[in-house]
Every structure is written in C-alpha cells, then in structure tokens.
Ligand binder design. Structure first.
Ligand SMILES: [Zn+2]
Length: 143
C-alpha cells in the first residue's frame, strides 16, 4: 500500500545521484573554460595579438554556476539528513535524561517508561514495572 510513495522517493534519489555525478563534471568543465580564458587574457596582455580565447570566460562562468547549483542540489538533501541524523539522537537522549525517561513533549520517552507503572530508578531514571525489584535498565535495587 506504500507503493504510492516509493517510486517518487526512488526517482528523487536517482535525480540526486545524477546531480552528484553531473554537477562536479560540469563544474570542472566550467572551471577549465574559465582558467583557459583567464590565462589567455593575461597571457595576451603584452602581445599585439588580442586574447582570442577570452570568450571562454563568458562560457565558463555560467557553466561553473550551473555545475555549482547541480552539485548543491545533489548534496543538499544528504547534508540535511546528516545534520538531522547527528542532532536528533542527542536531543532525544537529552530529553530522556532531563525527564527521567518520561520524555519532553513526546520526545525521549522510553518504551519502558511508556509501559511501566512502577517506581522510577534512582540511579538512571528508568520507570520500572510495579513488581520490579531491580531496575530494568541498570540493575540498581529499587527497594
Ligand atoms: Zn536504573
């Protein structure tokens, strides 16, 4: 039943992959044009002959821009996912710690705490079953 969303996601990721490959390639081509254009421009300053490859700068700069935009588009999602993946566990752990496992606004609530109705562990804050004598999480005596 989730087939509705899967092709879209797969398609999006293949577009991203294409951007990641195409972006740097276009970036390099653009860079090549700009470098040749610059070298030719400054190299021809002392000669009577004008810069005949100067036009490459005007081709290279837009190509460089397009390549940069593609690369950014290809890696933007990855960067966002990386940041989210790195920070969320920290936020979750902090919320769990600060709330003794009960969670803050639904974040960091441990499954044990959600199911248990007994005493909280003095050692680690995990809520245990009503008849528990030792903490489920750290083994501390609950008596
Ligand atoms: Zn404990």
């Amino acid at each position: 039943m989730d087939d509705r969303t899967t092709p879209g996601l797969a398609n999006q990721s293949s577009v991203r992959t294409a951007f990641r490959v195409l972006g740097p390639v276009i970036l390099l081509v653009g860079l090549g044009f700009v470098v040749v254009g610059f070298v030719d421009f400054f190299g021809s300053m002392n000669s009577f002959q004008g810069p005949d490859k100067f036009w490459m700068l005007f081709v290279g700069l837009p190509v460089l821009f397009v390549g940069g935009a593609l690369t950014q588009a290809g890696y933007a999602g990855t960067a966002a996912r990386y940041v989210a993946g790195e920070t969320m566990p920290v936020v979750k752990d902090s919320a769990t710690y600060l709330s003794d496992g009960r969670g803050i606004a639904g974040i960091g609530r441990t499954e044990e705490a959600a199911a248990a109705t007994g005493p909280y562990c003095r050692q680690c804050g995990t809520r245990n079953d009503a008849d528990a004598r030792f903490c489920d999480s750290c083994g501390q005596s609950l008596a």
